[in-house]
Every structure is written in structure tokens, then in C-alpha cells.
Design a protein around this ligand. Sequence first.
Ligand code: GLY
Length: 580
Amino acid sequence: MSSRVRPIVRRWLSISLSTLYLGAAPLALADSAILEGERFHPQVGEHGMVATSHYLASQIAHDVLAKGGNAVDAAVTAGFALAVTQPRSGNIGGGGFMLISDEQRDEVIAIDYREKAPAAAYATMFQNDQGEAVPQLSRFTHNASGVPGTVAGLALALDKYGTLSLAEALAPAITLAEEGFSVPPRFAEGLEQAQDRLKQWDSTRKVFYKPDGSNYRAGERFRQPDLAATLKRIAAKGPREFYEGETARLISAEMQRHGGLMTAQDLADYQPRIRQPVHGNYRGYDVYAMSPPSSGGAHIVQMLNILEGYDIHAMGFNSARTIHLMAEAMQRAYADRAKYLGDPDFVDVPLAGLTSPAYAAKLRAEIPLDHATPSTEIAAGKPLPYESNETTHFSIADDNGLAVSNTYTINFSYGSGIVVDGAGFLLNNEMDDFSAKPGAPNAYGLIGGEANKVEPRKRMLSSMTPTIVKKDGKNFLITGSPGGSRIITTTLQVVMNVIDHGMNIQSAVSAPRIHHQWLPDEIRIEDGISPDTQALLEAMGHTLSQQAAMGAAQSILIEPDGTFTGGADPRRSTSSAMGL
Ligand code: GLY
């Protein structure tokens, strides 16, 4: 343990470590920690904090910081570790977005490593002869995959902001893949639930199930030799190995065997992009979030702009009035999303208009205070003219003013369900995030328009919302979430819980959430919204739908005195925040 760890923090560390070594320790240890409620207490640190959805990734990222690495070193190392320990969403076969805030340079940048459509992609590729969208094609075939961006994106972050070599950042992931780890209950349950889909493919069955076809059980050791070999090649030859070397050859061969459109040239052509994040201001806090091709930043800023006009604190956390106003703001943002958002390299996204306080004021004026607006009465608004634009999230911060907010994904749990034979990793099914046909909903019920139609080499629209909030130039809140269409509203509520309701970070992350996405016309609620509040909302004309928990917002709050607090989301049983 690092000598940098001061005594006051040791209690939190010991709590955390008792849950971290699930891989090596009897499961009963973790179970008792959960029963005692220890795992989800706020974690505190003086020198830094990591919050990820898997305790092994958190442990590894924590160790990087403890040995003097910076937040980007820890983030890239965690990203590769999650690709091994959490294959339902951690990945090298997908893509994502990373926000990096560097206080010393007073700079926040975004790395866009979103997947891209192959060059041979075309607008009607997921439609049948009658012009109807066929979801099976965009979700569970080789054509469901965009060209993966994760390896290039993480390598770019490390090159630009890190201090470790790529080989050093990959080393823990290689060890985990080669030597294996003890299967957590969530891992075993996930593979069991998805087995009908995953066992269809020989390449996937070989990796994720035992030689006799049976399932791994919690506590058993799980090794991934093909993935270890892939990661070793990348460590030895650099990130272009994935795009031009043996790994690219294995991906191309997988595509050719099954008629997939992605070619060796598509892989060779892939490049991540550095973009300016969306910037807004909420009650004196600077909010930075992902710019297009994610819709996340545009709409979290738009919703915050609308909500800033109300005294949310006085209305109270999850009161009927607060939920009503959040739902009304959400509806209007998601209606605009359907019309205006797409890859900014292809379409003019009216970002300045969508995020302007003047547009928010116009939308706010349309919101009734006492009754729900039916979604049929809401259409995309007219923002000011364009002026010049199963996923996993982790947050990491160090004591040199560097903070990382990263969300990456292969879309569904286990993506397309197809492992690249011989390479040992799952391919994404991110092509389903395009509008297969303008007006047809994607898997999350999100409607897309012309701006998000399939086009060659285009990035599909995302909802991922890695977010960094600063106060007086200092990193303050690092957050984001998985959850498909619920990502933006989950992240919104963590920000509001901290700024409007003064919650500590663990409470802000754990508190029950709501979601409205315009269509369907309902407020989705988690368990924990009081029946009284529900009755008041229904009396206002809202339809409520209680469904499964939403998101997993692994988050960090940095107090004005520099103390780091972490919030691991209890909605994922493997979540872990660790301070040092
Ligand atoms: N695949 C989910 C998203 O990018 O929003």
C-alpha cells in the first residue's frame, strides 16, 4: 500500500479491500460485506479516487495511482482491465468517449473513439424489401458492428496525457486474461441469461462457456487465452496492430466468413478524434459533457438550462413538482434529439442553439406547472440557427488536477454476441444506434431522423454522457453512466442531486431515478419513488411505468478542500470506488 495513504483514509481502504479481493477470497467475505452495507459507503481519499463497475478494475486503477501514475494512466489501464473482467460491456471490440480535464492547463478535451460505419454501409441496409426496419439485422449479425475504436482511443489518451507506455497499461489486463480470475455472481448470471444468443456462435461458445458447453459458476476461474494473445500483440506492436496487424486480419477473416461488410481497409482507416466537449453553466458550476456524435452533452446542458429557471432545491428531491418539471424538460430534449442529432462530420448539428439559455427559456415558457404535456403536443423545437454542434462508465481523478470521465460500450450486453474467432473478444452491435429507417425506434425506443441515417464511414448517434463539472476552475464532479437512452437523464440526476439537493456523492448515485424520453409518453420510475408522489404525478396527467433500475453512475466528488469522495453505484453488484 502506498505511503501516500494517510491514516484517516485507511478505514475506507480497509472496507474497500475487504470487498475487492473477491477474486481470491471466499465469496462469503463479499456477501457479508454487502449484508453489512459496507461496500456502498462513500469512499474517501486525499490523493485520488477511482470508481468503476468492477472491483478488479478499480483495484488495478487504484494501484496505478498509488505508484505515481496519473488519472489518464489509471483510466486506460482500467479500460483494458474491464475488457477482460466485464466482457458484457468492457471492451476492445467497441468504442466510446473520454473526457479529460486538466486543471493545470485549464483545459477539458473529449476523445471520440466511437465506432464508424464501414465504407460499404448504406442507408437501407437494415430494411427488408418492403422498406421496413429489421432489428435482427442491426443487432445480431456481423453487419451489426461498427469499426471498433477502443484500442485507438485509449492509446491516444495515453499518448497525449499519460506517463505509462501502452505495454505497461495493458500488463494487468494481460495477466487477468492469461491467469484468469474468479467468476463473480454477476458474471455467471449474465452469461447464463444470454446463453441462447451467445451459444449460437461457435467462436463465442468456445470463449465464454466450458468445453462441454456448460456454464461457469460463481467462484470458478475464468481464463481467456485468445484475448491474452491479442492484448500481447497490441502491447508488443502498438495500437495499429489492432487495425493493420494480425488482429485486423482475424477481424477481416471473421467478416468474410459470415458476409460482413467491414473490411481490412475500414480497420486501417479508423482514427479517433479529439473534440471540444459541450460546455454549459448550471447555478455557477461549469458543466462539460460529450459533444456529438453523442447527444449526451447537448441534452444534459439543454435540460439543465431549462431546469435552472426553477427553484428545484425548494421544491425538494423527487417531489411531484420536481419530477414533473424534470420530465417536461426531458421530453423536449428527446424530441430535439430525434430531429437534430447525428455525426457532426456529416450533418450540421445546431449545438449552439440547443444549448443556449435563450432557447431553454423559450421551452420553459411552454411548460405547464400543474399538468403533463402529452408527447403528441411536443415536437422538435426551433433552436437558434447553427452558428459556426450495456455500456460502462468509470471516473478517475488524481491530486494533480487531472480527471477522467469515460463511457464506452459494445451497445447491448455482449454486443452482437459474436466473438472474433481466434482473437477472443466480442464485437459491438452499435450499428443499431443509427436510425435503420427515419422514424423507426432503436432498441431503446429512441426515434432517429435523417441526421442519424446510416452512411458510409459515419459515426452512429450515441447517448453516452461522460461529464465533468468544475467549480471556480477546479474539478468538482466526475460522472456518467451506462443505460442506453437513460444515460443522459441518469447523469442529469446525479448532477442535480449534488448541486440542487446537496447530497453526498454516494447518496447522489444511489437515489431513485426517473426517466422520460418523449416517446413512449411515460415517466419510467425506479423502485423508491413514494406512492404519494406517484399519485400526485398521475393526477397531473402523467403515466408512470415502474421498471428495472437504470444506469450505473460510478462517480467522484472533489470537495473544496481537495478531499476525494467516491460513489460506486449499488445497481451493479461489482461496483467499487477506492480512494487513496
Ligand atoms: N449504444 C448506446 C449509446 O451509445 O448510447
